[in-house]
Each structure stands twice: as structure tokens, then as C-alpha cells.
Design a binder for this molecule. Structure first.
Ligand code: BTN
Length: 184
């Protein structure tokens, strides 16, 4: 028999996860076109997801978001569908799940202060960009035949969008603190 406390917790987790999935999808469509990879707000919401829901739930939440996109819902920056796996930006989507997992894990048993929230965001950023840039390089060069140098990947897939994500990382601090009080 499921006791009522466990049931309540699961219902709450489902509600919060659904909220974050919707926010990440909205974030994908708030975009600024820059060369190679657009600037979007997905990182803000995936980072908050890890900071607020914890590693495991954030991972499941973001994987669910990715699966919804792969079955055809237009939740990614340029749509959805199974062929998105071969899109050069797909690596970032995998990175979102891995990054949020480790950001959430990092915060476990840690003081919810500015320094730790920012450090968790940095761990998240590093993983998102690692997966994103490496994936971009391989898909562009070996699948699309769009010869792209490592230097260009470094510039356009990391150096150009990263300052904005560092800013999002910083503004995640007050937002996470406020939402933690409201949602939990
Ligand atoms: O195709 C998608 O939906 C994923 C787009 C990923 C955009 C990446 S996330 C990290 C970096 N920061 C941005 O604003 N854009 C890129």
C-alpha cells in the first residue's frame, strides 16, 4: 500500500516536473539567432530544474523533455522529431540532462547559498558545453559534411554563447532561492 505522504510527494514531483518541461520548451523558442547555434533560454530552466528538483528528478524531467521532442512535439529550438538526433545541436540537449543531474547532486546536503548555487551552475555549464561542442563537431564534420574546424567550434559553440549562459547562471541564484520558498 502506498502511504499518503509518498503519494503526495510523487504528485508534487510530477507537477513540478511538468512545469519545468513546459518552461524548457518555452525557453527553446525564446531565441536569438547567432552563427552556428542560437542563443536560447533553455539553459536557465534546465539549470533551475537541477537546482530545485535535485539530480535524479531533474535528469528524468529533462530526458522526458528530450523524448517528447524526439516523438515529434516541436519543443526544441528548431522543431522536433526523431531525425533531431542528427541535428548538430542535439548534444546540448543531452548535456542539459547530464549537467542538471550533476548540478542537483552537487547541491545535495550543501548550504543553499550564492556560492554553492553558482558553483552548481558552473558544473552544469561545463557539462552542457562539453556535450554540445563535441557533438556539434562530429555531426557537422562526419554526418553533414560541413567541414568545421575545432577553432570554429570553440568560437561559435562555446565562446560566443557562454557569456550569456554565465549571466543566466548568476540570475539563477535569486530565482532559485525565491522559487524554493514558493514551490517547496
Ligand atoms: O536544438 C536545441 O533545441 C538545442 C539548442 C541548444 C542551444 C545551446 S545551449 C548552450 C548554448 N547557449 C545558448 O544559448 N545556446 C547554446
Amino acid at each position: 500500500m502506498i502511504n499518503s505522504k509518498t503519494k503526495k510527494l510523487k504528485t508534487r514531483d510530477l507537477t513540478r516536473s511538468s512545469l519545468f518541461i513546459a518552461l524548457i520548451a518555452i525557453g527553446a523558442h525564446i531565441k536569438v539567432p547567432i552563427p552556428y547555434i542560437p542563443f536560447t533560454l533553455q539553459f536557465l530552466f534546465t539549470n533551475l530544474c537541477g537546482l530545485l528538483l535535485g539530480g535524479e528528478i531533474a535528469f528524468i524531467c529533462i530526458i522526458t523533455y528530450v523524448l517528447l521532442g524526439l516523438i515529434g512535439l516541436p519543443v526544441f529550438t528548431t522543431g522536433g522529431g526523431i531525425s533531431y538526433i542528427l541535428s548538430p545541436s542535439f548534444g546540448y540537449l543531452i548535456g542539459f540532462a547530464v549537467g542538471a543531474y550533476f548540478a542537483g547532486k552537487f547541491m545535495e546536503n550543501k548550504k543553499y547559498d550564492n556560492k554553492n548555487i553558482f558553483l552548481a551552475g558552473l558544473i552544469d555549464i561545463i557539462l552542457v558545453y562539453l556535450f554540445g561542442a563535441i557533438y556539434y563537431y562530429f555531426i557537422a564534420n562526419f554526418y553533414l559534411g560541413d567541414i568545421t574546424s575545432i577553432k570554429n567550434v570553440l568560437i561559435y559553440c562555446i565562446l560566443l554563447p557562454m557569456p550569456a549562459d554565465l549571466f543566466l547562471c548568476a540570475i539563477s541564484i535569486p530565482i532559485a532561492k525565491r522559487l524554493r520558498r514558493v514551490l517547496f
